[in-house]
Each structure stands twice: as C-alpha cells, then as structure tokens.
Design a protein around this ligand. Structure first.
Ligand code: PHE
Length: 446
C-alpha cells in the first residue's frame, strides 16, 4: 500500500479523534468497576502514575511511528524497520496489535450493546420510581437474556462497521467535535449532583485516600493494563490515526491534552458512581454491572431523571462508538495491507468479531459454566487478559521500536518537537517506560 496523503482537517480534529478513541467504556464503565475490585485510591494513584510514566510516552511512540510511516500499522512498521536496517519481522507487531483489538472489540461490542438496551429502557421511563433493588434485579435479568444481549451486540457492531467501511477520517471529525463537550458537561452535572448525596464524602476518601495494604502485584498489573486500555495505547490503533496527523502538529502536546481529558472523564464518572454506591450501601466491588446499576439509581432521584438518563446513555453510546471505530480500524487496515478491498476486509472483520463476541454475550447465561482458563468464563477472560497483558506487551514492543530501532532523525521529525524535546522523550521511554512495563508485566505474571 502506498503512503497516505489524507490528513485530518485540523490539529483540533486530530486531538478530538484520539480523544474519541481514548474516552469510552474504559473511563465510565471499566475504571469504576476495576477500581472497585482493586481497592479504590491505591489503584487510582498507581493508574494515574502509569498514565504519566508509560501511557503518554508510549502513546507518543505509537503515534510517531504511524506519522513517520504514513501507512497502515503493519506496512508502516515493516517499511520503517527496513529503512532503519532492522528486521522486516517488526511488521508482525502490527498483526499482534490487530489480534489484541480483535479480542477487545469482541467484548466491547457486547457491553456497548448494554448501553443501547439501557438507552431504550430510559427513554421508555423504565427506571422511573424504581428502587435500587429493582434496578439491580432488572440488570441481572437482562444479563440472563441471551437473545437481547446478542441482538444489541449485533446492532452495535453493525453501527460501528458501517462507519469503518466508509473510511475513518471522513466519518468522525464532526461527531467528536460535538460529542466530547456534551459528555463532559453531563458528567460535571452528575458529579455536582453526587456532591449533594450522603455518600459523597465516603466516595472521595475511598477514591483519593489510599490504604497501601490494598496494593498487591496483581493490583499494579491491573492498573498498568488499565492505563494502556483507557488511553487506547498498545494495539497499534493510534498508529493508524497517526498516519493521518497533520505535518505541523506537536505530538507531545496532543498526547498530554488527550491524557488530561481522559483522566478527568474517569474521575468525574468515578465520583458520581461511588457517591451512589456509598449512599445506597452497595459494594464497590460489584463487578461489571456497577455503572449500569448505580447511574439509573442516581438519575431516578433527580428531577427529569429519565430525560437526563437517556441523554447520558446516548452520549455514552456515542463515546463507545468512536472508540469501537478506532478498535476496528487497525484490523481493517491490516487486511487491506494484504491486498483485500476495504469492503471485503470490513465484512471479514465484522463477521469474525461478531462470532467471537457471541461467546462473551452468552457468558452470562447459556455458557456461564464454560470456564476454559483460570476458572474464568469467556467474558471474564477477554475483558481482562487482552487489556492487562496484550496491551502492555504491545506497548513495550512499540516503545522499543520507536526509541531503540528508529533512527534519530526519523523519530525526531515525527515527534515534531526539535532535538532537545526528542532526547528528553527518548530518555523517558528508554529508561523509565520500557523497564517499568517489563517489571510490572513480569511481576504480575509470576
Ligand atoms: N480507550 C478505549 C476506552 O477507554 C478502549 C480502547 C482500547 C480503544 C484500545 C482502542 C484501543 O474505552
């Protein structure tokens, strides 16, 4: 495939596109429930530290590779490796990234399907006047309904793949422009409401005052995986977006802007959700249903609750949609790199993600007892191993490629910050990000 000449319309459009990829289920659904299961503040602190020490530098590495290569991930890695006199086999890193996003999208689409269901339910006013117990029971009943889960998973995946088939850059710019400010505004409102509830104080201390005995190697591994997941780093997905980055844009500034936005969305969601958890005497470690149960409870107590809740689920759905599009893009780009037409590549990706996604959708009912590994069912496996292990591993290799393999000139030019800035970035990646990722991966696995 030849180099792409297509570019995002503006610097802002690029930042919004990457933010669109980053902000999604990771912030609003996954952060609260993984933090809930891993001790709250200790997890939050470590995860923010990892965003700064690993997430941002490796995000820069990933995007700069895409920008220097200006092709799909596999082709960019292969071509740049050959130019640098290194092995062409680096291109398989692109394939590993595609495999990672394949696993992630298979459960992502299922959970995003839950948002569709909840959007419809809130428009219908189903949560009006419902007690916390009713809402919890309703969620469990929904999970136990394989037909509904499969239907929503199918719908969401089709929604995503239609945009991907049409080509990324064209589809996204305008949507992100509108969506991010709206979502942010609504979360601010929710957090302000949370401040009036009785659980607010407990939520704040639970989120921000760490008890260090909660800190185990497995918590640290989860926090690292989540840092990569929430920033959409480590799967060559952002590499695909870097290929469209305007020439004159500063990459570090863009990466930092995205990280700040991403963390603040998670914090707002966390404050809102845990205030409800503690006001209602719920358990923070309630698992994947946490957001889907707490937010309807919170909204049902607000005036115009059903309306707000519908708006919230609509925005959440749009946010997960932009992330899912980013998840699908590297797979389609990879297949296209093998010479398939875009329409055919999209169809193949859609069908395979859909089929594997069925296993996640059915993990709550039909095949709940099918536990192929570590005593976990398929949903539990694909929603933990690819984010916690594959993304950091991919990020590690991306960082090694950008900081050790790429020639100084190529990398510095693609980073777009001059010689001093480049050396500073490379220092951090070589001596902090790479060793730290390796250490946490090894200690978490052992
Ligand atoms: N960052 C996305 C989210 O938080 C998920 C994602 C992971 C997207 C990896 C792309 C690549 O929801």
């Amino acid at each position: 495939m030849s180099k792409t000449l297509e570019r995002w319309g503006s610097k802002r459009a690029f930042i919004l596109a990457v933010t669109g990829a980053a902000v999604g289920l990771g912030n609003i659904w996954r952060f609260p429930y993984v933090a809930g299961e891993n001790g709250g503040a200790a997890f939050l602190l470590i995860y923010v530290a990892f965003v700064i020490l690993l997430g941002i530098p490796v995000m820069m590495a990933e995007i700069l590779i895409g920008r220097a290569g200006r092709r799909g991930p596999m082709q960019a890695l292969g071509a740049l490796a050959v130019e640098a006199g290194a092995s062409r086999h680096w291109r398989w890193l692109g394939l590993f990234g595609a495999f990672t996003v394949f696993c992630i999208l298979s459960f992502y689409s299922v959970v995003s399907g839950w948002s569709i269901e909840f959007l419809v339910a809130s428009i219908n006013g189903n949560f009006r006047g419902a007690s916390a117990a009713d809402i919890g029971a309703g969620f469990d009943a929904f999970l136990a309904n394989p037909g509904l889960l499969v239907f929503n998973h199918t719908l969401f995946l089709l929604m995503t793949m239609v945009v991907v088939a049409a080509g990324v850059a064209k589809g996204l710019e305008r949507l992100n422009n509108l969506l991010m400010p709206l979502l942010y505004g609504l979360l601010l409102l929710l957090a302000a409401y949370a401040a009036t509830t009785s659980g607010f104080g407990t939520a704040l201390s639970w989120l921000f005052l760490p008890s260090w005995e909660a800190l185990t190697p497995s918590v640290v591994l989860h926090a690292m995986g989540h840092a990569f997941f929430t920033l959409a780093v480590g799967a060559c997905a952002l590499m695909a977006y870097g290929a469209y980055m305007p020439d004159e844009q500063s990459l570090p500034r863009a990466a930092m802007a995205v990280a700040v936005l991403d963390i603040s969305v998670a914090l707002l969601a966390g404050i809102a959700i845990f205030s409800v958890v503690f006001s209602q005497g719920m358990d923070p470690a309630d698992g994947p249903g946490l957001m889907f149960v707490t937010l309807p409870i919170a909204f049902s107590e607000l005036p115009w609750g059903s309306l707000w809740l519908s708006v919230f689920f609509l925005l959440l759905l749009l946010a997960t949609w932009t992330s899912a599009i980013n998840l699908a893009e590297p797979m389609v780009a990879t297949l296209q790199g093998f010479g398939w037409r875009r329409s055919v590549s999209t169809a193949i990706v859609t069908f395979s993600v859909w089929s594997i996604g069925l296993l996640s959708a059915l993990s709550f009912s039909t095949i709940v007892d099918f536990r192929p590994l570590l005593g976990r069912n398929v949903f539990e496996l694909v929603s933990s191993i690819p984010p916690d292990i594959f993304l950091p591993l991919g990020g590690l290799l991306i960082a090694i490629f950008a900081a050790w393999v790429l020639p100084r000139g190529t990398a510095a030019a693609a980073l777009g910050v001059g010689e001093r800035g480049y050396l500073c970035w490379r220092h951090v990646v070589r001596w902090v990000s790479i060793p730290l990722t390796l250490m946490v991966l090894l200690s978490g696995l052992l």
